[in-house]
Design a protein around this ligand. Structure first.
Ligand code: ZN
Length: 458
């Protein structure tokens, strides 16, 4: 049993089982890790001898990995949520989201909602064992875009703050520049469009139907090109059983108001965030989807020093070939390519794994995160497991995408972790050997936080 005393001992030896360091290549079996005061002081192949007064934790039969670093998540903070500046989620929801990340082996996380203040991370919940970092996208046009679509979570304090202010208060990552709400992405489909149609017609449409109507009327790039015929739109309204409540013309007006209004501001916001990122030499996370992809290419070209992370390169609004093509071009220019699990691994409520698979198999992926996907996000280890079973990737390469690689993209905040190596913070995940999505124990800075699949209270 992991009792309080053993968990609190700062002299620990983890011994036995397999170990993956997170560098993309190295696996040891069996292996031992010695930890002192939350830091790895020895890492060796084989079964090390226990030192005096050391807690020995047997990891035989398990896989030892660095704690996962999730570089793109939402809904884990107490402040305004999403790039739409929406009201905060309830403490119960935030608490559930945080625990679900931790239980799946995530020990560090970047919440990319972007408009909250530095002191709004925890609210009444208090600090969480997971190390949660916040980002800033406080620019005039990002805030205008938020107000067009929602903005009800923003106060004068948020509105009058700049990225410079947030950097002064410790923020070391910028973004998410743009977002699913302000750029016609996923949150439009699962939330804003169904809400608006329900208000208008009294009937609620599915998320799938919301996306089909949006793309039929506005085009996938939201530029009015490649739109469907009047007749196709009418047929969609019949299929959605709302044809007698709203005309195609009324639908167009509604979608323009709810989807297009913030887009222009949000695109200017991308440039403002890029400017600030270069000025501060900080990494910046950009919403990457058909309405923004060309702008991202231009910005990375225009600012070669920009440390751009192209987020969710497998965004469901891309065609698969298009997702691969953009990722390759952005990577050529020096951007980092992140893919998100969304709901594509197990849940499959709205989205499928086609672009995820294609990007992984093309070797274009630098990092993997969850994003939010309306709360349906699948876990990082379930995605890594899929890569080894479906995409023919080695486990050592897959694990690096959620550990060592993420630390390299965000050295300002994760330079001390992401690898099982001497001197690194002892963030460890122990999983079942043949399916790393079954997380058994999680240690953060040498302290047990999940034991036998259950959360330990602090
Ligand atoms: Zn996004």
């Amino acid at each position: 049993m992991m009792d309080g005393n053993r968990a609190a001992n700062d002299r620990i030896l983890f011994r036995g089982g397999s170990l993956i360091t997170g560098d993309g290549r190295t696996m040891l079996e069996p292996a031992s890790i010695r930890v002192r005061a939350g830091v790895i002081v020895e890492l060796s192949p084989g079964m090390a001898d226990a030192a005096e007064s050391e807690t020995v934790i047997s990891t035989e039969g398990l896989m030892m990995l660095p704690g996962f670093i999730n570089g793109h998540a939402h809904a884990t903070i107490a402040g305004p949520s999403m790039p739409s500046g929406s009201p905060p989620l309830s403490p119960a929801q935030v608490s559930w989201q945080r625990n679900r990340h931790l239980l799946s082996g995530t020990t560090s996380l970047i919440n990319v909602c972007g408009l909250a203040m530095a002191d709004e991370r925890d609210g009444e919940l208090g600090a969480h064992p997971m190390d949660i970092h916040m980002t800033s996208a406080h620019t005039p046009h990002s805030i205008l875009a938020a107000d067009e679509i929602d903005g009800r979570g923003l106060t004068p304090r948020h509105r009058h703050s700049s990225i410079d202010d947030l950097v002064l208060s410790g923020c070391r990552v910028l973004g998410e520049a743009g977002g699913g709400q302000t750029l016609g992405g996923g949150a439009q489909d699962y939330r804003f469009i169904p809400d608006a149609i329900e208000e208008y017609t009294g009937l609620r449409i599915s998320v799938q139907m919301a996306r089909r109507l949006k793309e039929a009327v506005l085009g996938r790039r939201l530029d009015g090109r490649a739109t469907a015929s009047e007749r196709t739109v009418k047929e969609l309204l019949v299929e959605a059983a709302i044809a007698d409540k709203i005309s195609t013309l009324e639908l167009r007006g509604l979608l323009e108001r709810h989807v297009l209004a913030p887009v222009e501001h949000a695109l200017v916001g991308l440039k403002e965030v890029a400017d600030a990122a270069v000025r501060h030499n900080l990494p910046a996370i950009f919403h990457h989807a058909p309405p923004t992809a060309e702008t991202l290419l231009l910005l990375q070209q225009q600012y070669p020093a920009l440390r751009m992370i192209a987020a969710h390169a497998n965004h469901p609004s891309f065609l698969t070939d298009e997702a691969v093509d953009y990722a390759a071009r952005l990577k050529d220019l020096g951007a980092k390519v992140d893919i998100s699990t969304l709901d594509v691994v197990e849940t499959r409520f709205r989205n499928g794994p086609e672009s995820f698979d294609a990007l992984v198999e093309a070797g274009l992926v630098d990092t993997i995160s969850t994003d939010f996907a309306g709360g349906d996000w699948d876990t990082i280890p379930s995605a890594l497991h899929r890569m080894t079973r479906v995409n023919r990737k080695s486990l050592t390469e897959a694990v690096a995408l959620a550990t060592g690689n993420v630390a390299r993209v965000f050295p300002e905040i994760f330079g001390d972790r992401g690898l099982l190596a001497l001197g690194k913070r002892a963030d460890l995940v122990m999983t079942e050997a043949h399916n790393i999505s079954r997380v058994r124990h999680v240690f953060i800075a040498g302290q047990a936080r999940v034991w036998n699949g259950a959360l330990l209270s602090a």
